[in-house]
Design a protein around this ligand. Sequence first.
Ligand code: PLP
Length: 387
Amino acid sequence: MKKKSIQTTLTHSDYVPPPGFAAYPTAIHHASTVLFKDVASMRCGDWKDKSGYTYGLHGTPTSFTLEARLAEIEGGAHCLLAPSGLAAIAMVDLALLKSGDDVLLPDNVYNPNRELGRWLTSDFGISARFYDPMIGSGIAALIQENTKLVWAESPGSVSMEVPDLRAICAAAQARGVLVALDNTWAAGIALRGFDVGADIVMQALTKYQSGGSDVLMGAVITRERTLQDRIAMAHMRLGMGVGMDDAYLVLRGLDTLKLRFDAHDAAARKVASWLKQRPEIVKVLHPAFEDCPGHDIWQRDFTGAGGLFSVTFDARYTEEQTDRFVDALELFGIGYSWGGTHSLAVPYRIQAMRRDWPDAGILVRFNIGLEEPDDLIADLEQAFARL
Ligand SMILES: Cc1ncc(COP(=O)(O)O)c(C=O)c1O
């Protein structure tokens, strides 16, 4: 039967349990060695097309099920799992770039991706150049003969501006350049990357899909078979296996993914609205707010926002003061990542990361978890008093 809505898709899996047994969860199939019934079947096994099982590194029914479900949610055809979101990013780069090639990265890119770009430039003969994420179709002017890949991230996961992905994808593809989208913020729930033109969609499953702050995993999703095969070669050559216990945890998270995402979204908007009227805060960087750069693009392309947003403090507050504010929070953990049930707060030295950052004040990023938003607001209020 055709699955009708995203919530039904998330709840119903196509996993088929072993004969004589029925239950909803996908079983955890552990394997390094996969057994073949005879030598002939061993010789004809093809790890690349996922038509059969060959070796644990290439997957078991548990990871195959997760890959198929993620591809379906994102509207893609193929998916490969990697041991972290960052590993998934590196796998795309190593699959598609070689010495002499050029890759374009947005200024709002997740910082380790920026670091990877710098490393490709310094040690691998690949040039990584950076572009203004709000460039839109202007990206065409940056594309060179040797440009092979454009990365995009929407919104920037610290700075929160929303690029015009449709314009970037159309301009890049008109020149035969592939676009890879880091769609972690929207989790394939608030935005489907292929709908706006991406060729490759990457997600850090570490965030909302796992939802428990306990798993590291990434996914690379494609529609085209030839592109998938190129990435699959890198996946194999780099040995990007994932643990099946972890794959199971992500599968378990999928059933409630949209409900959690929507709950994070509603709570974050409530907390962000409260922060917006605080005199200490000059900007609330939240894509659903009218004054967020790219808000009109978010309205056009996205259906929701999740729990991640940032604020900028008035420049009269020193780093020492805003650190004291973050330290004083009792319900917010201080730590990286997001998408889990616990709220987090992290101050960023964004002026050191971004060439063009317009504000002098300290930026603090919040992940709003699944606590009662009024309790979070009361916690923020007592921390402001400690500024
Ligand atoms: C936007 C974005 N992409 C990718 C990643 C990488 O995910 P992982 O932590 O699983 O390596 C992160 C992690 O914080 C992220 O914020």
